[in-house]
Design a protein around this ligand. Structure first.
Ligand code: KG4
Ligand code: ZN
Length: 345
């Protein structure tokens, strides 16, 4: 039997510091340190994020190696997120990875974070994986994309947001209502008791498969301000209905574009990635589409949907198999397009 391959994955692109150990496609450990400091500010503060990464990175890696039950000498390569993301945050993971790889005298593998979100579907979990080609809707606080996935490293963006991401729309709506960050899970929770048709918000008219959420945010803010000027307790008194209405507007915008993408490509294998894939209405409506439109829907385990290093390690594993290594000169790339080759940037 050929030698097994152990990859250490490092993720630090936004506000989660994560390290994972992957052996032959299976996750042995996936440690994520969240940064609660941002709750106070209603969004991620880049300067604070990089400082917290700096504090967290060594304990997180140490814990991942211990939890995996390996020794650092067992690691065959280090896969790290080179971008896209916040420059200061990326610098911490990149610098750490380079130094550790140098110390261990093992190769480095750079990973595009967006590719990582998609390839999280290939972590060995004993569940069915999508087969190529499939469509992936990546929806999180930083991203909203529909990607045609032809192969592990042959991906084409069919549509993406021209302004805010879907998770950002959730978080900003929550902030307008006075809820803490991140507001997406809270809106999801309160929406369960509410009527999604209580209030109507106008949906953006964006051509093709692209998205826009900034107009919705402005419309929502004007609506709340107008209602609060009449009744200052409006939000508290109608929280569930407001949450259900804004949530169903966001989810319907996502699903309408996903349906168009499926019709245009005639692909019915639909994968979801990113933190917003935890949303219960999205999951319920996808299940309905599965029956009505004959879709086959793939949603990874939640810990592999939100930002995590397991997805970076699995992408690194596939790159390792094709000898696609990086080197010590690799610098972070804040705006790293899914289709671009790093050496062209
Ligand atoms: O993938 P992720 O952990 O980090 C980013 O790359 O952004 O996604 C976090 C985003 C946040 O905007 C959060 O509000 C949203 O995912 N989110 C949700 C839910 N759980 C997390 N949005 C709606 N409903 C949820 N249940
Ligand atoms: Zn992400």
């Amino acid at each position: 039997m050929s030698k097994s391959i152990t990859i250490l994955g490092i993720e630090s692109s936004c506000d989660d510091t994560s390290a994972a150990v992957l052996k032959d496609g299976k996750i042995l450990a996936n440690i994520v340190a969240n940064q609660s400091i941002h709750e106070l500010y209603g969004g991620v503060v880049p300067e604070l994020a990089s400082r917290a990464h700096q504090q967290n990175i060594i304990p997180v890696v140490d814990q991942a190696i211990k939890r995996a039950g390996i020794k650092k000498e067992d690691i065959d390569a280090i896969a790290f997120t080179r971008g896209p993301g916040l420059m200061g945050s990326l610098l911490v993971g990149t610098s750490f990875s380079k130094a550790f790889a140098l110390g261990l005298n093992i190769p480095l593998i750079e990973v595009n974070h967006m590719q990582g979100h998609i390839l999280a579907h290939f972590i060995e979990e004993g569940i069915e994986k999508p087969s190529f080609p499939f469509l992936c809707l990546t929806v999180s606080g930083g991203h909203t994309q529909i990607v045609l996935v032809n192969d592990y490293f042959d991906m084409q963006i069919l549509g993406e947001t021209i302004d805010d991401a879907a998770g950002e729309a959730f978080d900003k709506a929550a902030k307008i209502m006075g809820l803490p960050y991140p507001g997406g899970p809270l809106i999801d929770k309160y929406a369960k008791e509410g009527n999604p048709n209580a209030y109507k918000f106008s949906k953006p008219q964006i051509p093709d498969l692209n998205f826009s959420f900034s107009g919705l945010k402005t419309g929502f803010m004007n609506f709340i301000n107008t209602e609060k000027s009449k009744n200052e307790n409006f939000v508290n008194e109608h929280l569930a209905d407001i949450c259900a209405s804004i949530q169903s507007t966001i989810i319907d915008i996502l699903l309408a574009k996903l349906e168009s993408a499926s019709e245009r490509t005639n692909i019915k294998q639909i994968a979801i990635a990113g933190g917003v894939s935890a949303n219960s209405e999205l999951r319920i409506k996808l299940n309905k589409r599965q029956k009505e439109l004959d879709w086959k829907v793939f949603i990874p385990k939640f810990e592999y949907c939100t930002d995590n290093a397991a997805m970076i390690a699995i992408t690194g594993y596939y790159k390792f198999l094709k000898n696609d290594f990086s080197n010590q000169t690799a610098a972070p790339i804040a705006r790293y397009d899914l289709n671009s080759k790093a050496n062209e940037l």
